[in-house]
Design a binder for this molecule. Structure first.
Ligand code: SF4
Length: 348
């Protein structure tokens, strides 16, 4: 049986037969779309193998699909043969990684999301101006490592409100907080409040570091969660924004919330006694995986699907400069070859 994916008029509070509230926006953000396209286009243009430092985006399905096409994912650059092509993931890298790439004479393409680059730029600027920077984020996350690497002497990692109570700074009038792009908005603000209680002159980033995609996906989950017996988030465990969606769903009133990579991971017991399922996905998840969950739910009687939309997203990012340049050169070479072949034929 196939679920009808056509959105139905939404009355969230009306008692229903078994139904799905499908969150929108969900899934791919502009940064992920660009990063995945970068690897796909690079594979086509330069041919495999293409090395990628770290998972290009935090999603098992995306990574295994690209692996089948010839991408090789490595943890560190010493696994890449000298002179090879390597792509840096959407999460960004510290300046030290560029230096290593140069030493190994690697050809690089940087697929760092421009919204992560924005935070790197802020970190560099505040460090230059002598600020202490309190970076709110998760230890060990690649994005945090990349941002912290921009100014290690100026940046302290703040993992949550408890860290706020321990922080010390050189000059309390020159301190700013920045954050990882994929955090829970509410938890981050709680941490900021705790920091500000100790450091009243704490400055905020010039614009939100938590990106539009993270915020939008959390906002729609907050809207549907109170009406859901169960919220299913499609996403991988190492995806920060996907994990946050599970937490946000529970905080906003969902009776239960789980993360799955694939439809077959849905435990039948989760659906017992459930009338309304909320469904969403993290920013690194292709929508085909969400459609497979809809099909799975339809086979279990959840045939009514209402899409709940709280924002429209239109943002897109251009491909990385180097790739764009090489694609243009390849297109020009193809056009020249075609013209030469044509001239040859006409000549004969
Ligand atoms: Fe960029 Fe936000 Fe997507 Fe991360 S989640 S890749 S910061 S748009």
């Amino acid at each position: 049986m196939t679920a009808s994916h056509d959105p139905q008029p939404t009355d969230l509070s009306e008692p229903q037969r078994k139904r799905v509230l499908l969150a929108s926006p969900r899934g791919y953000c502009a940064g992920v779309d660009r990063a995945v396209q970068t690897v796909e286009q690079a594979l086509e243009l330069y041919g495999p193998p293409i090395y990628v430092r770290k998972q290009i985006v935090h999603n098992r399905h995306v990574v295994s699909t690209l692996e089948k096409r010839g991408a090789i994912f490595v943890e560190e650059l010493n696994e890449v043969p000298e002179g090879a092509m390597v792509i840096f993931s959407a999460h960004g890298v510290a300046p030290e990684v560029y230096r290593q790439a140069e030493q190994r004479k690697l050809r690089t393409i940087d697929a760092t999301c421009p919204l992560v680059t924005k935070v790197h730029n802020e970190a560099r600027r505040y460090a230059r101006e002598g600020y202490d920077i309190l970076l709110i984020g998760h230890a060990g996350h690649e994005e945090v490592e990349g941002t912290a690497g921009e100014a290690p002497d100026h940046i302290q990692l703040i993992e949550g409100p408890e860290d706020a109570d321990r922080v010390t700074v050189r000059d309390p009038s020159k301190v700013v907080w920045l954050s990882q792009t994929t955090l829970s908005v509410d938890e981050t603000m709680e941490t900021v409040e705790r920091l500000r209680a100790r450091l009243p002159l704490l400055q905020s980033p010039p614009s939100d570091d938590i990106c539009y995609a993270t915020q939008n996906r959390q906002q729609v989950v907050k809207k549907i969660a109170p009406d859901c017996d169960l919220v299913i988030v499609v996403g991988s465990r190492n995806s920060s924004n996907s994990m946050r969606l599970v937490e946000v769903a529970l905080q906003a009133g969902a009776r239960a919330a789980y993360l799955v990579d694939y439809a077959h991971e849905i435990d039948e017991a989760w659906l017992e006694g459930v009338t309304t399922v909320g469904l969403t996905s993290g920013a690194s998840v292709p929508d085909e995986l969400v459609m497979q969950v809809l099909d799975h739910l339809a086979e279990r009687g959840f045939t009514e699907v209402a899409e709940v939309t709280t924002a429209k997203e239109t943002l897109t990012f251009a491909l990385p400069q180097q790739l764009k340049k090489d694609l243009r050169a390849a297109a020009a070479a193809r056009a020249a070859k075609t013209a030469a072949e044509l001239a040859d034929r006409v000549g004969h």
